[in-house]
Ligand binder design. Sequence first.
Ligand code: 2M8
Length: 451
Amino acid sequence: MWREGGAVLVPVSDVGLGDRAAEVLRRNDLGSMTAAAPRLYPHMWSWDSALIAVGLAQLSVPRAVTELRTLLRAQWSTGMIPHIVFSEGDGYFPGPERWGTQAAAAAPGSVRTSGICQPPVHAVAVRRIVDAGRRAGGAAREEAEAFVRDTFGAWLAWHRWLATARDPDRRGLVEIYHGWESGMDNSPRWDRPYAAVVPGAELPSFVRTDVDHVGDAGERPTDAEYGRYLWLVEQLRRVDYDDDAARDVVGFRVADVFTSAILAVASDELAVLGEELGAGTAGDVAELRELAARFRAGVLSTVSPSTGLARDLDRRSGEWIETETVAGFAPLLCGPDERQRELFWGERWCGHPALAHPLPPTVSPSDPGLQPRAYWRGPVWPIVSWLFGWAFERQGDHDGAGRLREASLRQLAAGDFGEYYEPFTGEPLGSLHQSWTAAVTLDWLAQPGRR
Ligand code: 2M8
């Protein structure tokens, strides 16, 4: 099942690493979904599952398709794809009881999910599955292409929901109601908006489980941060996750520039797939192209003239969020950008002399606020490096993509598949055997033209 007809393009020197990565995905396989990590995350996460499918596509196109079909079974009737699809496993908090989404009118009846979303990287994965299917040929190709025709409408509904419910003023920026929706949970990007979130006395008590599964609790968010995270869940739950009501009651509303950039490129990818495979109507394809253009323009509208980095916008206070994080490179994810390219490889970022590998940390290594072991506040995340490498390749910047791939494979060579890495020592942190880290490793190993 794991290697079909020699379709795995792993070079001989990397066979060991590729085998280990495949083994991680096999062990985390729960049947029709993959746990994001063995103990810390025993369920399916939305953007993890897309990147996991990118890796699975190198091993088995049908298994990659199954992953995304499982995710789509959890799609809400509004079009939203929830950020967690719960497995039968336990040991994760907040679990389905705390989310209480069964009362939400739009939630699916047969699957337990959370009530918020994550960045829409899915069309990127669908494209990868089609490409892998075409390379393998035969039944794999047929299955991949049939998958696009079957599910095009569902992905379109997801993009439409983001572009309407989460961009009601048509600014070309996706609004998020929780730091978890950004995927970059405790990034310094969210410090200011979170400062205004004050948990009410009626917040039900809670016991965290995440800190039991990492080497050191300092690698995870603090208890105070968790209190705010859970208070937002409480606010959303009280209005049964209704989109219109949520906008008025939630204490955190931020236009997220990185998610917006992902929506822009993913809309382009989906438009191309629709056209190539005759999925959807000409109007659907035109709509996706319009979304791509609107969100790219939205992203560019946030760039700070002084730093050259893109910024999030706090919709509650109306203030720009000025932090020096990797999300500032959102324009570079959307399209070629010479000024940003120079910044990205320059001394404040990948070219910083103290870095273990020339890869983008989540916070600039020149920023004194960087915390090298603290989750999204400094470490290097392989999936972030992968997303930029993917974007560079797409823009025809093969050199940039190759640099990120080679540096990442050196970072990953020990085969721990850390959730994130200490930027100055290269030590793996958080969960080990993290599925999406293993998955992007497989994709990097399979890419033709490695230097
Ligand atoms: C982390 O987020 C979850 C909450 O969604 C958590 O900390 O419990 C983030 O890194 C997120 O981006 C990721 O999707 C998830 C699973 O890997 O873990």
